[in-house]
Design a protein around this ligand. Sequence first.
Ligand code: FRU
Length: 491
Amino acid sequence: KTYSEEYRPQFHFSPDSAWMNDPNGMVFYEGEYHLFYQYYPDSTVWGPMHWGHAISTDLVHWQHMPIALFPDSLGYIFSGSAVVDWKNTTGFGSAENPPLVAIYTYHNPEIAKAGGVDVESQGIAYSLDKGRSWTKYEGNPVIPNDGNRDFRDPNVIWNDEIQKWNLVLSAHDHVQIYSSVDLKEWTYESSFGIDAGAHGGVWECPDLFPLQVEGTDETKWVLIVNINPGGPNGGSGTQYFLGQFDGHQFMADSKETSWIDWGRDNYAGVTWSDVPKEDGRRIFLGWMSNWEYAQVVPTEKWRSAMTVPRALSLIQKNGQYIVKSVPVKELGKIEDRTMVVESEALKIDGEKELDLHGINLNQSRLSFEFDLGEAHPESFGLVLENDLGEQVKLSYSTSTKQFQFDRTKSGDMSFSDKFTGVASAPYDIGTSVKLELFIDAASAEIFVDGGDLVMTEIFFNSKPYSKLQIFSKGNPVTLNRAEIVALDSIW
Ligand code: FRU
């Protein structure tokens, strides 16, 4: 299939048809990256949840697989994770053929309808054929609900230090941590978050993993907690905390929230399990939408796409630790014709349109190196536009010290009054700055200075953007180098 419908992403994962939300059960095994996802095959809006499934050997090209998990008498299959049970601690497989184990939430619609609190519990299922078929454990649920609202999205990691599995799940306004020797019997360890972080909405889809601070021997644990609503620019968002974890308790360095992504369209993101040690990456994927309008965006056959996979790393910048994200290097495989502007540094005072030499902006990677000079411009940035006057604009303002992404004229916005508006992200800019944008049919992913700041935004332009303009107000800005790279379709 070529998937050439209007608004169909060409290098982002989207389902063949019907409704998709969160990425689930991301696990690497025997050369394959598995991506499961919240899926409702009978409609383009949310409904009784299944786990859809896709496989990739390179994180770029995806093969759609049959549905992996169907709802059953215990409920719908909500979000969760998957691991390789290398030591066969579950006994579901053998040491020679270790099982893949999925740990997910059961959401019981009957209890929900009756207004009960104990709607959700945790179950497991396993596969002995590289994720092709799944058997649910007869002892489900493995973590019953003893009175917790919004009790869901278990994420499991093998913890070498305690030689046990650890599980983190969300429980409305905090996360709970558990441990287990066999993935079947779980012991509650501790909670985190009632008095920390953002609380503008429900906590969902947590993830907990160690990252080494780049260039040092120091390791910190990262706790990702998605929140909806209450994100940094309204609706859904992904916060994280840094700290220590001893297998029992997470101790945050600070109670303040940091954000993985400041855009409006990166939600429910978590990371791949079992990426080989030699590779060493922590690879993140998010759902490229926002619950504020996800169910009404103007696509007909399917709804939603994922972000590009991103490698996370932990760095120290200006005395602060930050988790930065960069698109996985495998995306280089789809790079096609490249146009480079670098011969003479280009001084931009006002507006300057760049010649695209026929490259399709709507399926491209753009990268820019700006020199801000002695006197910073009041603002500078770039505009993508089509001949209908539809446009998206990325700008930086020196007075407010913010990047802004403006989609108020981006194209079709009639589907929701919550969609329009400008997203802002605080950023301390240096004397130079690098901007990289991945532009697909209906989205932009923006990486500032190699991923120190990220913004992901979707839009629905009725014709491809065909003009690229750089602008500067107040003082000039110098464009030292620009790269405009056409990207191939993955389908
Ligand atoms: C997040 C979420 C999860 C839940 C799933 C249901 O988007 O609300 O908390 O498991 O979606 O589809």
